[in-house]
Design a protein around this ligand. Structure first.
Ligand SMILES: Nc1ncnc2c1ncn2[C@@H]1O[C@H](COP(=O)(O)OP(=O)(O)OP(=O)(O)O)[C@@H](O)[C@H]1O
Ligand SMILES: [Mg+2]
Length: 355
């Protein structure tokens, strides 16, 4: 084959973009970051090129498209008009269909159900009256979330039947919300599938995830869950990726219920925090796999070397950095963010826990 000479255009400037840039560079692939804060951002400072412009700056978008071969987004909340515009000029991943579905919590859950995947009970909530109605049907604890733009547990309010529902609805501040039944889960598992333009598929081993304050804290992988659960999660991920004609990687977050069922939580059509362990833990990391997909290269092996533990480093964890640096065999990843705010993802560590 020819040597890869692709340039990948990336919308967004965060750590996922940064790790994609690093993986691409190892393959001789160039990268171009486009974001309102591209310069001196985690991704922008590593990329071959960076354009600082707004996502609705069409002149800048046109120049960007002309300078790259293929375009991806490192976050799923890029305006769909931006992606649709770019798709006129270059292949885009995720495509506009995948983005449209993944950007809305009701749409993605309906899509999952249409493809035979179980979800928690949910209601589309547009006003206080529909919240009253939904809570009457739920008859238990629920979680009210904005349908769009939520991340790291932001835009979510837990609701008990005895709560003042009008006040809860007002506090959320959105007329496009979802009420979900609170799942009493035994565990949370995530799945990641890569799909090439010609439909080839590679599954990563599953991750088992623990959240703290709505933010992912730890992943252990390959997940110590039954073979049946792994198979059903992988099949669900593949079905959704194929139905969306996704090119790239698709993450699926699920709940494992106490009676051993897998329930869909959400999808993300991009690399996922719970698969950062693949950087040292897999023959091909999630970032390398995405770079390969985008550059039209064959997919790499997703064989994992032993069992791994990934821990996120948030702003408040940074005082412990010196101790982490001294730990033999610890794989430390820092994203180069300037200020360490509480709850902000500053980096992560990967540890081999069983060889
Ligand atoms: N219906 C539910 N029942 C029980 N726990 C829930 C439910 N919805 C969310 N959670 C908990 O909150 C976490 C974050 O929720 P969710 O994935 O919907 O939010 P998010 O803001 O998209 O988060 P992230 O960016 O971390 O994926 C879940 O991983 C889970 O631990
Ligand atoms: Mg989530």
């Amino acid at each position: 084959m020819d040597m890869p000479h692709t340039t990948i255009g990336i919308l967004g400037s965060g750590q996922l973009g940064r790790m994609l840039v690093i993986a691409a560079a190892q393959l001789g692939i160039k990268t171009h970051i486009f974001a309102p804060d591209a310069n001196s951002s985690p991704a922008g400072e590593m990329a071959t090129n960076a354009t600082t412009a707004a996502y609705d700056d069409y002149a800048a978008l046109d120049q960007f498209a002309a300078s790259v071969d293929v375009i991806t987004s490192e976050f799923e909340n890029v305006p769909s008009e931006t992606m649709a515009h770019l798709a006129q000029f270059r292949p885009v991943s995720p495509g506009t269909t995948a983005l449209h579905i993944a950007q809305h919590r009701v749409r993605e859950k309906n899509f999952a159900r249409e493809h035979g995947i179980l979800t928690p009970d949910f209601w589309h909530v547009r006003d206080a009256a529909s919240l009253h109605q939904a809570m009457a049907e739920l008859q238990g604890r629920g979680v009210l979330k904005t349908c769009q733009l939520g991340y790291d547990g932001k835009g979510q309010i837990w609701i008990d039947p005895s709560d003042d529902l009008d006040a809860s609805f007002a506090a959320l501040g959105s007329d496009d919300a979802i009420l979900e039944a609170a799942v009493d889960f035994a565990a949370e598992a995530s799945f990641l599938v890569a799909r090439t333009a010609d439909g080839r598929i590679a599954h990563f081993p599953a991750s088992l995830n623990t959240h703290k304050n709505g933010i992912l804290a730890r992943s252990v992988a390959p997940a110590p869950i039954s073979e049946n659960l792994v198979t059903s999660g992988q099949e669900a991920g593949q079905r959704l990726a194929e139905a969306m004609a996704l090119v790239g990687v698709l993450a699926l977050e699920t709940f494992v219920t106490t009676d051993g069922k897998l329930l869909f939580n959400e999808i993300a059509p991009r690399p996922h925090n719970s698969f950062h362990w693949t950087i040292e833990g897999c023959a091909t990391s999630q970032f390398t796999q995405l770079a390969r997909c985008l550059a039209g290269m064959a997919l790499g092996s997703t064989h994992s070397y032993g069992q791994w533990q990934m821990d996120n480093l948030l702003g408040e964890d940074m005082p412990g950095l010196e101790q982490l640096v001294a730990e033999p065999g610890l794989h430390l990843h820092l994203y180069g963010k300037a200020s360490a705010k509480t709850g902000r993802k500053m980096g992560h560590t990967n540890r081999l826990i069983t060889a």
